[in-house]
Design a protein around this ligand. Structure first.
Ligand SMILES: [Zn+2]
Length: 470
């Protein structure tokens, strides 16, 4: 099938990304070419350009300080009158810069004392808002200019000493995480923690959550082999963690758990044009994950179990509760328990702010009393298992922060706790063939990147048991 060939090509492209990207431009070839002539010409041009610019262009820069406002920011660069009003309108209404924070900057460009361009740069934004003027007070164009970025692949090998977090902190963070190559500023520290948190979360809470108990199974001396994707921002010389492509956890006491990647189309619920998704499998093509997560919050405590209209055995009266309440601190992340499409996202009365998802196999889930929703999602968005969809709150009829979690199958309420949670679909037929075909390619590329042969698990037959334990 042609689409499979495209998918496998994408995979190889991703594999080669590190080598392909950032190749320096090759110099012009052919003819007589003198480097010194070229450089002196460039220097001359740069000098004359700078002198022209210095004469005519003035840049006034302002920073947001404690208690600063957008108005103060504009005033301090000399933007007044109708230009001021137009900038406020565009920045707030059209470009969505609704609140300024300490460290945000604004550059106002003047040519012979006339405002020509405004650049507003949110401190943690990856780019800036740009407003162009043509000499009058009416702006001619405005837009967001994203910072240049590219993705790269990196092989990381960790040896566990005390915890996975500690191992990532000491051996998994890239040397070019921050501009200086060291953790110096508060921003560097935030980046470092975010990198480690993203890495650990993906490894322990997503990939290996069903196979490894990171409290009891982990031993000093275990090794973790990871092939991961990072986003590199050459403009600000920073690197962020993106996702894990492949991983192996090699237990020092014997045994290994592997997460082998496969890129494929999302399920049929996903809207047209949804990106190709990355899923992980065992060596034999069995899925690494179950269809649903056990609960929608990381460390929830059941504060009210599921109960249909039968008499409550303890309370002695009838109390219908077609869902499970998980108490969790205000603001705790709420996860989508399975891949699906957002069908409801809004205030619903008793359940307060609620999100509902439609899943494959006629399942639906609902999450109530949210404090707020995850950004960049809307009705119709396709979310993956484990994606954050909102934050724990106490909106609607609620006495304290908790998430009301409910599940339906074929339109009827079911008890999420007693639903059999089958493994997600394994790879079959053509998919399995391609998976097997690309496995040796992946492992040899990975070995080259890691600088040594990566370990390969031995088939044991008794290794994976698909029987749910509760
Ligand atoms: Zn409830």
């Amino acid at each position: 099938m042609r689409s499979r060939i495209i998918l496998i090509s994408i995979f190889f492209l991703a594999m080669g990304a590190t080598f392909l990207f950032r190749k320096p431009h090759s110099p012009e070839t052919g003819g007589v070419w003198s480097l010194t002539d070229h450089l002196s010409k460039l220097e001359y041009l740069t000098d004359s350009l700078n002198s022209i610019l210095a004469d005519t262009i003035e840049v006034r820069t302002a920073f947001v300080e404690e208690g600063g406002t957008l108005g103060a920011l504009l005033y301090s660069t000399g933007i007044e009158g109708n230009r001021y009003l137009n900038c406020c309108d565009i920045l707030i209404d059209s470009l969505g810069w609704s609140s300024v924070h300490v460290g945000d900057t604004l550059d106002a460009f003047y040519a012979r004392d006339t405002l020509t361009e405004v650049r507003a740069r949110p401190r943690n934004g990856r780019g800036y808002y740009c407003i162009e003027f043509d000499g009058t007070a009416d702006p001619v164009d405005w837009y967001w200019v994203p910072e240049e970025q590219f993705r790269r692949l990196r092989a990381v090998t960790l040896v566990v000493s005390s915890s996975v977090w500690e191992s990532i902190a000491s051996g998994g963070v890239p040397p070019d995480l921050s501009p200086s190559g060291h953790i110096v500023t508060a921003r560097d520290s935030i980046r470092e923690v975010a990198y480690i948190k993203g890495f650990e979360n993906e490894l322990a809470n997503r990939l290996f959550v069903y196979d490894i108990d990171f409290y009891y199974d982990v031993q000093p001396g275990d090794s973790v082999w990871v092939l991961l994707e990072e986003t590199r921002y050459p403009g600000s010389s920073e690197t962020t963690f993106r996702r894990i492509v492949a991983a192996k956890y090699d237990f020092t006491l014997g045994g290994m758990t592997e997460a082998i990647p496969f890129f494929h189309q999302p399920d049929s619920l996903a809207p047209d044009g949804s990106a190709i998704i990355l899923d992980h499998y065992h060596r034999d093509g069995a899925s690494l994950r179950t269809m649903f997560l056990k609960m929608p919050v990381p460390f929830g405590r059941i504060s009210s179990p599921y109960s249909d209209s039968r008499m409550h055995p303890v309370l002695g009266y009838t109390r219908v509760h077609r869902g499970i309440d998980y108490a969790a601190p205000m603001g705790t992340e709420i996860y989508a328990v399975g891949d699906g499409v957002i069908t409801v996202r809004g205030f619903t009365g008793g359940y307060g702010n609620m999100v509902r998802l439609r899943h494959a196999n006629a399942y639906e889930t609902g999450y109530g009393h949210m404090n707020s929703y995850a950004r960049h999602q809307e009705i119709g968005s396709y979310v993956r298992q484990g994606d954050v969809i909102g934050y724990v709150g106490s909106t609607g009829l609620s006495t304290g922060p908790h998430v009301h979690f409910e599940m339906k199958r074929n339109g009827s309420y079911v008890n999420p706790a007693s639903e059999i949670l089958p493994p997600a679909n394994p790879l079959l037929a053509n998919d399995l063939d391609f998976f097997m075909l690309q496995l040796p390619v992946l492992e040899s590329t990975w070995s080259i990147m890691a600088g040594m042969d990566i370990p390969v698990s031995q088939p044991q037959g008794t290794e994976s048991s698909n029987t749910p334990t509760e």
